[in-house]
Design a binder for this molecule. Structure first.
Ligand code: ZN
Length: 84
């Protein structure tokens, strides 16, 4: 049994489903609900999960995950952007 890492609303039954990942190696996300275990294992389906899922704590603890959010918090300089 894999750890539940987030929640996603199942587009089939509309229930809030547990979002999990397949074991290490395969990084495929899937969800489990009354429809069963749903694994949209190609890139399009995985992207859909990332778009619609709510991952606990933003990212699961997986330091070598290449799918890190590239958006960093920008440092606002002292006095703000307009202070020049
Ligand atoms: Zn469902």
């Amino acid at each position: 049994m894999n750890e539940t890492l987030g929640k996603i609303t199942c587009p089939i039954c509309g229930e809030s489903a547990d979002l999990r990942r397949c074991g290490r190696g395969a990084r495929t996300w899937y969800w489990v609900c009354q429809c069963g275990k749903i694994t949209p294992n190609l890139a399009g389906g995985q992207a859909w999960i990332m778009e619609h899922g709510r991952i606990f704590g933003r990212e699961p603890p997986d330091p070598d995950d290449p799918a890190k959010d590239p958006v960093e918090d920008e440092q606002v300089p002292k006095g703000g952007w307009l202070d020049w």
